[in-house]
Design a binder for this molecule. Structure first.
Ligand code: ADP
Ligand code: MG
Length: 360
């Protein structure tokens, strides 16, 4: 139904979309996730030509959108877009919001538009609010009217840009329920969302956007439970990390430890855990031989509370947990006792050690 090839979008020097290629079939529901600023909105806006892409091609039902001579408003009608901020006409009632487009743009007669409009308001659970103005409705109700308004134009595909992120938390579920209803009706939809559980439950495919591309895609199970790439994993697990560098033997251990403590405090880790982290880092440094270029990292998953300490160091291959001197024995034993797993590999001329700490 939709073929996107090598889509790019630059704003001056800023390259937001680098190279996006996707195919979307009729009836598919796709969730788009990713950190903010990675071009998710720009991608949707390019799809329905609210932005003019810099390069690439978009084809909808065989019609090349970017070719000269394509009647853009007509193609755009195939797509409805629901925005974060509802965007209803405030001087019109709910039902008028739904009928104005069909009457003016599709040439419907008023009675038909009215009838269809009422059906749609009922579909989103607002049959009784037909004569209310947007300001008399809650945020969740306004967004449901906005969805119904899109449907009134008989779109073939619906694009949602974070439809619940401007809502009070108590109103999120009513809007998600309406979207779920549309899924059951077989609507083709692309939904940018931060609601991970929702994305997991309703979509057939999930796109993770980063670095101007669809960085990883797959079924919800693949992307949420078994992401293949580091950045996807970090996003899914809401990983927060601290990175520290050491470039010589004269490093300031106390400053390093203080920074780690501050990181742990910021993420409200228990004092005991903080103590373990700081202690482990010290033991880990005791085992190092080459201090010319050490990168220490501490990562904390907000999703499951897990903590990991990573250490990359230059030099010949040497796993500090296996090839220590006798004096290293105590440090090694201490580290192993506090870890649920340790991983070592030699990569790009660096010894990479990853310690996963045991939970409490
Ligand atoms: P997301 O929706 O993933 O948060 P956006 O697509 O809104 O990301 O924005 C991606 C980047 O493009 C951001 O850095 C944003 O500032 C920039 N951007 C978006 N729209 C414009 C615009 N009209 N002009 C200039 N920069 C823009
Ligand atoms: Mg956005």
């Amino acid at each position: 139904m939709i073929h996107v090839r090598n889509l790019s979008k630059h704003f001056g020097d800023l390259v937001v979309l680098k190279d996006v290629s996707v195919d979307i079939s009729k009836g598919e529901v796709i969730s788009v996730i990713g950190p903010s600023g990675t071009g998710k909105s720009t991608f949707l806006r390019c799809l329905n030509l609210l932005e003019t892409p810099t390069g690439g091609s978009i084809e909808i039902d065989g019609i090349p959108l970017l070719a000269k001579g394509t009647h853009v408003p007509k193609v755009r009608q195939k797509m409805g877009m629901v925005f974060q901020s509802f965007n209803l006409y405030h001087h019109l009632t709910a039902i008028e919001n739904l009928t104005i487009g069909p009457i003016r743009l599709l040439g419907r007669n008023k009675a038909d538009a009215q009838k269809k409009g009422m059906e749609l308001l009922k579909l989103v659970g607002l049959g009784k609010k037909a004569d209310s103005f947007p300001d008399e409705l809650s945020g969740g109700q306004q967004q449901r009217v906005a969805i119904a308004r899109c449907m009134a134009m008989d779109p073939e595909i619906l694009l949602f840009d974070e439809p619940t992120s401007a809502l009070d938390p108590t109103m999120v579920s009513e809007v998600l329920a309406v979207i779920r209803r549309l899924v059951r009706e077989g609507m083709t939809m692309v939904i940018v969302t931060h609601e991970m559980e929702f994305a997991r439950n309703i979509s057939r495919r999930v796109f993770y956007m980063d670095e101007g591309i669809i960085y990883e895609e797959g079924t919800p199970v693949q992307v949420f439970d078994n992401p293949q790439k580091e950045k996807t994993r970090a996003f899914i697990h809401r990983i927060r990390s601290l990175e520290q560098r050491i470039t010589g033997t004269d490093y300031d251990l106390y400053a390093l430890q203080a920074e780690m403590e501050a990181f742990c405090d910021k993420h409200m880790l228990p004092k005991k855990v903080t103590g373990h982290v700081v202690h482990m880092a010290e033991e880990l440094l005791l085992l190092q031989r080459d201090f010319t270029n050490i990168r220490l990292s501490l990562s904390y998953s907000e999703k499951d509370g897990s903590l990991a300490i990573g250490c990359e160091s230059a030099g010949a291959p040497r796993n500090p947990l296996e090839e220590g001197s006798e004096e290293d024995e105590i440090a090694i034993r201490l580290i192993k006792a506090r870890c649920s797993a340790t991983e070592y590999r030699y990569e790009d001329g660096k010894n990479v050690l990853m310690l996963r700490m045991k939970g409490e």
